[in-house]
Design a protein around this ligand. Structure first.
Ligand code: MSP
Length: 534
């Protein structure tokens, strides 16, 4: 990165259960984190995106057994056949992928546990409660609802609509109750720690009611798919306690060699941890308390995004409402997938996916709005100037207005991304798409081209348009990387690689060298005949 400022930006996604293949809800989280990671990289920061898989626990064990295989074989298969391919499908540029069955994780989970045990934050006790295997969590009475259908008359988990199981065990507890006040103090001192505000308020209200200690182990008599408790190998670690630690084991926690230590120091505390709101409490309550107990800083921010809904309910494979990401990308491509979900749903709110909305936005915003702007502008440079970028002579008010809109778009998009308001950032970028389309309509370069005396003006108009496209390519590189790269390949050769264009310099005008060759551009978002059954 040319303007590398050395600042680190460490961003994480939840690690996903490997009991099933990914659906678009999982892909949604991945895309959001990837857009933020790429944006910060384009700002010149040392951006590091971590994602991975959560492979222990009863849910995976049961799925493996149902498929007549071992949990590790099952996890290997799902990671290879489903979870790693997902990253390709939606074009994720992650810097690491952690699996909780890797030695680098298992070993250092034990280091962390031992430390908390030695310092008195873990003790032995007994517990009785209602456990939901779907959530891998003990549920309070308030978390349960009346079941219906085959579970009528029973209390079921409100998220999974399935009955909970009564568990009574002797196990180890983490002194979470010690952290009620420290957490409240931390939330107050760091008002942006939990975002959006609605999520923050909910978590604060929950913690104010007082926290109970957390059972963090399970007896191996019941099941044994997990990490051994280091001082008592008749118990395994509770899957969430194990899973949350991935965020630090992946970057070198517990390792003694200088390279790992340096990596850890440069990345922790994480800048943003992106999670669905279903798992916000784990990340905004239990996780910071675990870190505080170990004398470590919590992440700088946990962002709880909304759910993709189907029929008003959270999309889920277990309820058979999951849509595979490839169902969308096979027709529309990964850029459209990324753009659509980031633009159509305010990040932090729930949103409903519909094929009609996706098709309509693809056509109006991507194909007609942006794609067509790029194609016709570049085609005109070829038609009127043999593919050579003309110089701009004196700028008229209309030309200067384009430059002003670009400057505002860059500044607004950057500050929206800083606030994790990805939809607003895209909205700001689109003001430039609209401005350029409007500019071409008003300037009518095809009319100017009819009179030789207008040649200089025609050059200025096309130069302005292509400069505008340059700004768009830089701003859209984190969101629609494939289209941005194609556009860059056509226009950007004279100013270096696309990845090396810093956001904060994007609006600086006249960067493209006049006289440079503009290449042909293939359609960025080809028109589609979308079949009816979709
Ligand atoms: N393994 C745990 C997370 C451990 S993190 C230390 C887990 N995994 S999960 O496979 O169930 O994935 C949960 C995440 O997937 C959610 O937090 C959310 O980010 C994403 N989503 C799953 N379904 C979703 C929707 N319907 N809508 C939006 N996001 C969804 O929980």
């Amino acid at each position: 990165m040319s303007s590398g400022n050395g600042k680190s930006f460490y961003i994480t996604t939840p690690i996903f259960y490997v009991n099933d293949a990914p659906h678009i809800g999982h892909a949604y989280t991945e895309v959001a984190a990837d857009v933020l990671a790429r944006w910060h990289r384009q700002r010149g920061e040392q951006s590091f995106l971590l994602t991975g898989t959560d492979e222990h626990g009863e849910k995976i064990l049961r799925t493996a057994a149902a498929n007549k295989t071992t949990p590790l074989e099952w996890a290997d298969k799902l990671v290879k056949e489903a979870w790693l391919p997902l990253l390709e499908t939606i074009d994720i540029d992650n810097q690491d992928f952690i699996r909780t069955t890797e030695p680098r994780h298992e070993k250092n989970v034990q280091v962390f546990l031992q430390h908390l045990y030695d310092t008195g934050f873990i003790y032995q006790g007994s517990y009785e409660g209602n456990y939901c295997v779907g959530c891998e969590e003990y549920k309070t009475e308030g978390d349960l609802i009346e079941g219906d259908g085959q579970f009528a008359g029973q209390q079921v988990c409100a998220i999974h609509s399935k009955p909970v199981e009564k568990l009574k065990e002797t196990n180890y507890f983490f002194k979470l109750s010690d952290f009620t006040q420290p957490l409240l103090d931390f939330y107050q001192a760091n008002p942006n720690f939990i975002q959006p505000d609605s999520a923050r308020n909910e978590v604060v209200a929950f913690v104010r009611r007082g926290l109970e200690d957390l059972s963090i182990s399970r007896s191996k008599e019941k099941f044994d798919w997990g990490i051994d408790i280091p001082w008592d190998n008749s118990h395994i670690t509770y899957v969430w306690f194990d899973a949350l630690l991935n965020y630090i084991t992946a970057i070198g926690y517990g390792e003694e060699d200088p390279a790992s230590k340096a990596k850890f120091e440069s990345l922790w505390p994480a800048s943003v941890q992106v999670v669905g709101k279903d798992i916000l409490r784990f990340h905004a309550v239990i996780w910071p308390a675990m870190l505080m107990a170990a004398g470590m800083a919590p992440a700088k921010q946990v962002f709880g995004h909304g759910w993709l809904l189907v029929g008003g309910e959270k999309m889920s494979k277990s309820k058979l409402t999951g849509i595979a990401p490839t169902q969308i990308t096979d027709t529309f491509g990964s850029d459209a997938f990324r753009y659509y979900f980031m633009k159509a749903i305010a990040f932090g709110s729930d949103g409903s996916f519909s094929w009609e909305d996706l098709s309509a936005r693809y056509q109006a915003e991507l194909a007609n709005g942006f794609g067509n702007l790029a194609s016709r502008s570049i085609a005109m440079v070829h038609r009127y100037f043999d593919g050579v970028l003309p110089a701009a002579a004196s700028f008229s008010e209309a030309d200067l207005a384009v430059q002003a809109v670009a400057a505002v778009a860059v500044a607004d998009a950057d500050s929206a991304m800083e606030k994790v308001a990805i939809h607003d950032a895209i909205g700001s970028i689109w003001t430039l798409v609209d401005e350029l389309n409007n500019y071409i309509t008003v300037q009518e370069p095809w009319v100017l081209a009819k009179e030789e005396s207008n040649r200089e003006r025609l050059g200025t108009v096309l130069n302005t348009t292509v400069e505008g496209l340059r700004v768009l390519a830089v701003l859209l590189n984190p969101i629609t990387p494939k289209a941005a790269s194609k556009l860059w390949a056509a226009i950007g050769a004279s100013v270096g690689t696309l990845d090396s264009q810093p956001i904060d310099q994007a609006a600086k005008w006249s960067q493209l060298k006049c006289g440079s060759q503009i290449a042909e551009l293939e359609a960025l978002f080809p028109r589609l005949e979308v079949t009816e059954e979709k």
